[in-house]
Structures are given as C-alpha cells and as structure tokens.
Design a binder for this molecule. Sequence first.
Ligand SMILES: [Zn+2]
Length: 144
Amino acid sequence: MRGVTHLVIGLFVALLILEFTDVNSLALVIIVLVASLLPDIDERHSLIGRKFLLVGWFSRHRGFFHSVYPAVIFSLVMLVFSNMFYASAFFLGYFIHLVFDAMTRSGISFFMVGKKVKGLFRTGGIVDYLLFFIFLVLSILLIL
Ligand SMILES: [Zn+2]
C-alpha cells in the first residue's frame, strides 16, 4: 500500500483516539503517523525509507519490519520513554499498517513464519486510491 494511504489511515486512527479520550495531543498524532509509516523503512523508495537508505539495503522489504516483532520492540522502547497510552498508540499505528499491507496481493507474514497473509488488491491500484480517499474524508469529518 502507498505511504500516503498509510499516512491518512494513521491520521484517521489518531483522530479517532482523540475523539474518544480526553487527551488533546499533537504528540499523539505525530506518534501514530510515524508508527503508520515506519514498517516501510525497509523499502528504499518509500516515504520513510528514502530517509533511512541503510535499513533498506540490509533488510528485505516486507520482512522483519513488516512483522509484529518491531511493533512490540518499538512500543516497549516508547513505554520506557513515555507512558502506556503513547506506547499503545504507537503499537496501534504500526499494527494497522501491517493489517492493511496484509490485504494486498504481496501480503505480509505477521510472525515471519508460515505462509504470508495475502489479500486481493494491488499497491497503487484502484482500491489503494479508494482507501486513501475514504480515510481522507473520514478524517476531515472527524476534524469538523
Ligand atoms: Zn508496508
């Protein structure tokens, strides 16, 4: 799935969290947005991968970074430096990226064992653009 689609889904998730909590935090939005992009650090041409080329050279795309392990590891690090709320928000943002990538034809392996979980739509295809549009509209509705 395209980075901008992950970004707008992350934005929607962050706004949804803000809708149902008393927290009014720009930090929360930033944390979820970063988490929603982070798995693609293993793809050298992705929005975030372009900033961390070394990672893309040394890890397979949709390998380790597209499993639950880094989601847990990064969330635990986040817990050490912040609190459970932000750590959970980070995990949620990261995990949702994995869920939406699992819906694509390329798929992902959540635990890096066994067959990949694969879906029906293509990254950059019509469903990808449709999801971007739907989550953009939903995000705007939450802001209004
Ligand atoms: Zn991805």
